[in-house]
Design a protein around this ligand. Structure first.
Ligand SMILES: [Zn+2]
Length: 72
């Protein structure tokens, strides 16, 4: 089932963002802004939390790659 529409497609594809995250579910690699999603915190309606979710398969099983630590 596809639950993600619209806002995820706004960013241009040719950005130079480094690949920093890997989806263990579908074996795809993404830069941070593709997998980071801001959602309301369940404990407090006034705050937000960032979650990592795959834009392709909607899995939360995202692994952060450590080999690009120089990028920051
Ligand atoms: Zn995935």
């Amino acid at each position: 089932m596809r639950a993600i529409n619209g806002s995820a497609q706004k960013a241009p594809v040719n950005t130079f963002a480094p690949i920093t995250h890997w989806c263990r579910q579908c074996d795809s690699h993404y830069p941070t802004h593709r997998v980071c999603r801001i959602v309301p915190a369940p404990v407090s309606p006034d705050s937000e939390v960032g979650v990592l979710i795959c834009p392709k398969c909607s899995s939360y099983d995202i692994e952060e790659l450590q080999e690009v630590s120089d990028a920051q």
